[in-house]
Write a protein that binds this ligand. Structure first.
Ligand SMILES: [Mg+2]
Length: 220
């Protein structure tokens, strides 16, 4: 598999960079908002595990259609506010830049697939001087369905004319794993030792703890 590797797809938050987006709090905040309109998501403790932001938006979209409400734009405002806050004190590990240079020397393309908005993502990549390393960036505006849907991966495969076994996907959460599994692309989990693969019905091909470890795997 490693011999045929032509491209790596990276998730963004807490994979390539360490952002501080409080996803559980964001989803609870979203659910509170929909609650005011009469759309309920059940107990607050369970919301972060049960729903993705995309799930909540999808349900709100059908709700808007049925009721003529405008929940979805308000939900996006909540998402953008949390993203903005989380990106303020974003950091990057020292080994990311050397990993990207290694991939360049191995002639392996590096691409990005994120559920975040495009502009703030590109801004962060520029801030860390790594934007030019990415041959393709797919953000939430580029797809109809975000991760855990496989649409973003399929789009990268199609645009770059690649077969699933020429690609690996690196991410830190179950939504990344699910998208990769559905697309037939091997999934590499980075950090997140507590991720329960069984609970989410996902398959993890390899588990790494740093980008330096990724370079080691690919070198072999
Ligand atoms: Mg992530």
């Amino acid at each position: 598999m490693i011999n045929s590797l032509k491209c790596i797809i990276f998730d963004f938050d807490n994979t390539l960079v360490k952002s501080n987006i409080d996803f559980p709090k964001m989803k609870i905040e979203m659910a509170r908002l929909t609650n005011n309109f009469g759309l309920e998501f059940g107990s607050e403790e369970e919301i972060p595990h049960k729903y993705t932001a995309g799930n909540i938006i999808d349900k709100a979209e059908s709700f808007d259609k049925r009721n003529g409400t405008m929940l979805v734009p308000e939900l996006w405002q909540v998402v953008e506010e949390f993203e903005r806050k989380g990106m303020e004190n974003i950091t990057i590990d020292q080994d990311v830049l050397s990993m990207l240079n290694s991939m360049k020397s191995f002639k392996i393309e590096t691409t990005l697939l994120t559920n975040n908005a495009c502009n703030p993502t590109v801004e962060v990549l520029k801030r860390f001087n790594i934007l030019d390393y990415f041959s393709m960036i797919v953000a939430r505006e580029d797809v109809k369905k975000m991760k855990p849907d496989k649409e973003g991966i399929d789009l990268i495969l199609f645009k770059m004319n690649l077969h699933p076994d020429e690609v690996i996907f690196i991410g830190d959460s179950w939504v990344d794993a699910k998208a990769a599994n559905e697309a037939g692309v091997p999934f590499v989990l980075i950090r997140n030792d507590l991720l329960d693969a069984q609970k989410y019905g996902i398959t993890i091909w390899k588990h790494i703890r740093s980008m330096a470890e990724l370079v080691q795997i690919i070198k072999k």
